[in-house]
Design a protein. Structure first.
Ligand SMILES: [Zn+2]
Ligand SMILES: [Zn+2]
Length: 387
């Protein structure tokens, strides 16, 4: 340590301590940067010992908070016990009066470039917490964020969401894809829905959410779907891709099997990912539609549908916007005088019932066949993400 600098520090300190009682932590913090020392407490203690020791009183700046951080640490460790994590970050909210007194000492004794008392609190606590839990501080993307409010003696723990990507197949009819949000809170989470945002678990969404909420000890499961289906539709083949954001998970290191059966719905290939794509993904689907016609359809007339192949279908939205979707492949089979089946591969997102009926979709099945047609059932046989 530079002797000249230290001598100057001692001199400075004498001036400060003549007027104020300052604890080792706060004292060390004032000069650690200048002397290139890492441990604030040890430095403060050293400087104090080189002066004529004064009876220890309450620190003017922190009111001895810095010496009592262990109490807060204990509470944090207690709260953290319920969670799985390997990285963390600590935030602190201090009484404004502490900052005021800290500022006063700095300006009065012209001390510059000193870390704030807040950063010292979080640094000290971070070091101890890291040592006790074997986890690491991460400023960018921590598994857990603790906020300690010293003003209100209040602690908050916020685990980072777990993000998953998976596919599901549905092999029973009569199951809705999406779950109705809780009536009370409209999905935000309340006491009525046990903070899940949904009150029941009788849909594809409900079954998936129920399973994952339980597995990860999460509060909510927010699902992003790649396309949608009817209550009566089956989802076969490789299944429909989807993303899940698990809010407030207690666990994050869960090994999920390749295939999970949830009574009519199966989850395939679930894996943890680092980010859910923010833009809508493009995808293609292969669907089988069962269609009824108002009038008899002859095989010759049905052949007309062949001209849809390779053609775009235009969707007209209420907002005035238009979307183009391409049909890549179309096959049809007459089943009776007034019913037939279509197997079609196309861009995802075509509203199939409207496409058959000819409602704000051009061209349409009804339009080409020149009779009113109705899609009574459609099943997905393949869904592939193309972008
Ligand atoms: Zn202090
Ligand atoms: Zn609710």
């Amino acid at each position: 340590m530079d002797k000249k600098k230290l001598a100057a520090v001692i001199d400075n300190t004498r001036g400060i301590l003549r007027e104020y009682t300052i604890c080792d932590h706060c004292l060390g913090r004032m000069f650690a940067g200048k002397l290139g020392v890492v441990s604030h407490k040890r430095l403060g203690n050293k400087i104090r010992n080189m002066l004529k020791p004064r009876p220890t009183k309450i620190c003017y700046i922190c009111k001895n908070m810095m010496s009592n951080l262990d109490l807060y640490l204990k509470k944090m460790l207690d709260m953290a016990k319920e969670y799985q994590f390997s990285t963390f970050l600590i935030g602190a909210i201090l009484q404004p009066s502490i900052h005021d007194r800290d500022d006063l000492i700095r300006s009065k004794f012209k001390l510059r470039g000193i870390p704030s008392i807040k950063s010292d609190v979080t640094r000290e606590m971070g070091k101890s917490f890291s040592r006790k839990t074997g986890s690491k501080v991460d400023y960018q993307n921590p598994d857990m964020v603790f906020t300690i409010n010293f003003k209100k003696e209040h602690y908050e723990i916020k685990p980072k969401a777990v993000l998953l990507q998976a596919r599901y197949t549905k092999n029973i009819r009569g199951l809705q894809q999406k779950q109705k949000p809780c009536d009370q809170c409209e999905g935000k989470g309340c006491f009525v829905c046990d903070f899940h945002g949904i009150g029941e678990f009788n849909s594809v969404e409900g079954k998936i959410a129920e399973f994952l909420i339980d597995k990860f000890g999460a509060q909510q499961a927010k699902i992003t779907w790649i396309g949608s289906e009817d209550e009566s539709s089956l989802v076969l083949g490789n299944g429909r891709p989807f993303f899940v954001k698990l809010i407030n998970p207690h666990k994050r290191y869960i090994c999920l099997p390749k295939k999970l059966d949830l009574d009519g719905v199966s989850i395939h290939g679930a894996r943890v990912i680092s980010k859910i794509p923010s833009d809508p993904l493009r995808f293609r689907t292969k669907v089988v539609m069962e269609i009824d016609a108002e009038n008899e359809i002859t095989s010759n007339v049905l052949e007309e549908l062949g001209r849809l192949e390779g053609q775009p279908v235009v969707l007209y939205e209420n907002s005035g916007r238009r979307h183009k979707k391409i049909i890549y492949d179309i096959n049809f089979k007459r089943k009776s005088e007034k019913s037939f089946r279509i197997t079609m591969e196309s861009d995802g997102g075509i509203p199939l019932k409207r496409f058959v009926a000819g409602q704000e979709v051009e061209p349409s099945i009804s339009g080409i066949l020149e009779t009113n047609c109705r899609c009574k059932l459609f099943d997905f046989h393949k869904i592939i993400i193309t972008k």
